[in-house]
Design a binder for this molecule. Structure first.
Ligand SMILES: Cc1cc2nc3c(=O)[nH]c(=O)nc-3n(C[C@H](O)[C@H](O)[C@H](O)COP(=O)(O)O)c2cc1C
Length: 199
């Protein structure tokens, strides 16, 4: 499914978003719009340069080892059924990766941080190290982890700019998250970011 085009002129200043950014752990279950989902994915990994290979977040060697998945429940994002969706930066679209609401299972796999089950959207940032290790060897693993941090901050600031809040979670059991989401074992989850309206 092609996503709405991202908006390039928000109402909130960059400085304000930086000043207001906080890790939030208490959320309403209120739904997001497809435009908000689109905007968050664009901020995370959207194509921003001519030629199609420069993105919103920097990437060592522009090798882009990261993927973004969005797990949603029923009535969480307009027009979308519950499931895990994968972002496809090349054409700013999403594809249904796995059916069903896995937010609660992800919360359980995140050492029982059950607050994560409430917001409508759970973004999962994964790294496929082989894409970057071809050039940088072992050091590529470090670079991918640094890249995850850039993507995470973009998600935080974009959330703020739209009146949303985000949490950030690094405490989870990798294998369980991989299994729950049905992703390849070579895609290591590095950060999980629930997004929604603060309660
Ligand atoms: C890599 C990383 C992992 C984190 N993991 C968790 C987590 O598992 N659960 C959680 O509630 N917060 C987690 N946090 C959020 C931090 O606790 C939070 O950033 C810190 O308390 C500072 O608060 P602030 O983000 O509101 O400025 C994590 C933050 C980072 C950067």
């Amino acid at each position: 499914m092609h996503l709405p085009d991202p908006i390039l002129g928000g109402d909130v200043s960059l400085e304000r978003t930086i000043q207001q950014r906080r890790t939030i752990r208490s959320f309403e279950s209120r739904a997001l719009t497809l435009k908000q989902f689109s905007q968050l994915l664009w901020a995370a990994q959207g194509i921003t340069g001519k030629g199609g290979f420069k993105r919103a977040a920097p990437s060592a060697g522009a090798l882009h080892p990261m993927d973004i998945y969005g797990a949603i429940g029923g009535d969480c994002i307009e027009k979308l059924d519950p499931g895990v969706y994968q972002y496809e930066p090349a054409n700013h679209s999403i594809s249904l990766f796995q059916e069903g609401d896995v937010r609660r299972d992800i919360a359980i796999a995140s050492l029982g941080q059950m607050w994560m089950a409430h917001p409508p959207l759970t973004l999962v940032i994964t790294a496929e190290y082989s894409r970057i290790m071809v050039k940088y060897g072992q050091r590529g693993i470090r670079y991918a982890m640094i890249e995850a941090g850039h993507i995470g901050q973009n998600i935080f600031l974009q959330s703020q700019a739209m009146g949303l809040e985000a949490g950030i979670v690094g405490a989870f059991e990798d294998e369980k998250v991989i299994q729950i989401m049905g992703i390849k074992k070579t895609h290591e989850p590095l950060l999980i970011m629930p997004v929604g309206y603060e309660r």
